[in-house]
Design a protein around this ligand. Structure first.
Ligand code: TLP
Length: 346
C-alpha cells in the first residue's frame, strides 16, 4: 500500500543530487571554521537573506534558541505569539535554558500580532518588571494556516521595536514559502529584522539543518551560544552540501506544493462533514475540522491510517496536512477520495 505522508514537510527525503553532494562534500572541522562546504553554504545563505553573516545549526528549534539566547540575558522578556512554534513546540527552551520569560499575546488568524497588543506588552522602566528585550515573529505562521507575513507588516513591527529600543527576531522556518506566496524577494521579508532562522530540512528537502542569519557581530556571539548548546559540530559539510543544493534547486518548486495544497483544500471544501476556511490557504499548510456527527476524530484518524494517509491531529477535531516534494497531484486525488470515503461511509 502506498503511504501518503501529509504530516509535515519535514518528512521530505534528500534528493539524488543531495545524496551525491553529501558523498563528494569537501570536509574540515567546522569548530575551527575549516569546513569549506559549510563556509560556502553560510555565505550563500547570508547573501540570499540580505544579512552580513550566517551560521549553520542542527535544527530550527536550536536556531530560535540561539537567536533568543544571543539577544537576551536571564530575567529578560520576549514578546511572542500564543500560537508561535517557539511558545508551543520548543519544549520551553528559552525559559528552561535561558531563564528568559515569554510574554504571550494573541496571534491573529493571519499570524500577525496586533501592534497595539505588542505596545501594551512592552514593560515600563520599573524595578519590579522584567526588561522587555525582543519581539519574535513567525513567517510563514505554522499554526495560523501557514499564513505569510507581508514585508509591510514586518517593517511596522520593526519600526515599533526601534522606537522602544527593542530587537526583532524572525522564525522564518518556511521563509521561501512566504516569498513565493507573496511574490516578493526574500530580502524584502528579512531586511528589517535583527536576526532570523530558516530551515533547510522542511520544504527544501535537505536532511538536516537550519541557518541563523544576522549582522557579523550578532553571528560572532551566536557562534558562542551555539557552542554552549552543544551545537558546535565537526565535519558539517555532509549536512551543508545538501543544504546548498536545497537553496540552488529546491526553492522555485515550492510553488507546486502551494498548488497541491490549494487543490487539496478545495477538494476538502466539497466533502460534507469536513470544514475548511479556503481564504486562509496560501502556502503548503492546511488545517481543517471534522464536523460530521457520523464519525469520531479517533475513527477518522484510524481509518485514514488504514488507507495509508498520514496527517496530524492538532485539536479534538482539527487536523493539519502539509504538502511537499514527496506529494504529487495524484496523491492529492487519492487523499481526497479516501477522505470522502471515510466521512461518507461511516
Ligand atoms: N515544525 C514542525 C513541528 O515541530 C510542529 C512541523 O512539522 O511543522 N519553526 C517553525 C515555524 C516550525 O514549523 C518548526 C518545525 C520549527 C521552527 C522547528 O524546526 P525543527 O523541527 O528543525 O527543530
Amino acid at each position: 500500500m502506498k503511504i501518503i505522508d501529509l504530516r509535515s514537510d519535514t518528512v521530505t527525503l534528500p534528493t539524488a543530487p543531495m545524496r551525491e553532494a553529501m558523498y563528494h562534500a569537501e570536509l574540515g572541522d567546522d569548530v575551527y571554521g575549516e569546513d569549506p562546504s559549510t563556509n560556502r553554504l553560510e555565505k550563500m545563505a547570508a547573501e540570499q537573506m540580505g544579512k552580513e553573516a550566517a551560521l549553520l545549526v542542527p535544527s530550527g528549534t536550536m536556531g530560535n534558541l540561539v537567536c533568543v539566547l544571543t539577544h537576551c540575558t536571564r530575567g529578560e522578556e520576549v514578546i511572542l505569539g500564543d500560537k508561535s512554534h517557539m511558545f508551543l513546540n520548543e519544549a520551553g527552551g528559552i525559559s528552561a535554558l535561558g531563564g528568559i520569560q515569554p510574554h504571550i499575546i494573541p496571534n491573529q488568524p493571519d499570524g500577525t500580532l496586533r501592534l497595539e497588543d505588542i505596545e501594551a506588552a512592552i514593560r515600563g522602566d520599573n524595578i519590579h518588571f522584567p526588561r522587555t528585550r525582543l519581539i519574535c515573529l513567525e513567517n510563514t505562521h505554522n499554526r495560523c494556516n501557514g499564513s505569510p507575513l507581508t514585508s509591510k507588516y514586518i517593517e511596522s513591527v520593526a519600526a515599533l521595536a526601534r522606537r522602544h529600543g527593542l530587537l526583532v527576531s524572525l522564525d522564518a522556518a518556511r521563509i521561501f514559502n512566504a516569498s513565493i506566496a507573496l511574490g516578493v524577494d526574500v530580502k524584502e521579508l528579512t531586511h528589517s529584522v535583527d536576526s532570523l532562522i530558516f530551515c533547510l530540512s522542511k520544504g527544501l528537502s535537505a536532511p538536516v539543518g537550519s541557518i541563523v542569519c544576522g549582522s557579523r557581530e550578532f553571528i560572532a556571539e551566536a557562534l558562542r551560544t551555539r557552542k554552549i548548546l552543544g551545537g558546535g559540530m565537526r565535519q558539517t559539510g555532509v549536512i551543508a552540501a545538501p543544504g546548498t543544493i536545497a537553496l540552488e534547486q529546491m526553492v522555485d518548486r515550492l510553488a507546486e506544493d502551494h498548488m497541491n495544497a490549494r487543490c487539496l483544500a478545495e477538494g476538502i471544501a466539497q466533502i460534507p462533514g469536513l470544514s475548511i476556511d479556503l481564504a486562509r490557504v496560501q502556502t503548503n499548510i492546511i488545517y481543517f475540522d471534522l464536523v460530521s456527527d457520523r464519525v469520531t476524530a479517533d475513527v477518522f484518524m484510524k481509518q485514514l491510517g488504514q488507507k495509508g494517509i498520514k496527517l496530524l491531529r492538532t485539536g479534538p477535531s482539527r487536523f493539519r496536512m502539509v504538502t511537499h516534494y514527496g506529494i504529487h497531484s495524484e496523491d492529492i486525488d487519492a487523499t481526497l477520495m479516501c477522505l470522502g470515503k471515510v466521512v461518507e461511509e461511516s
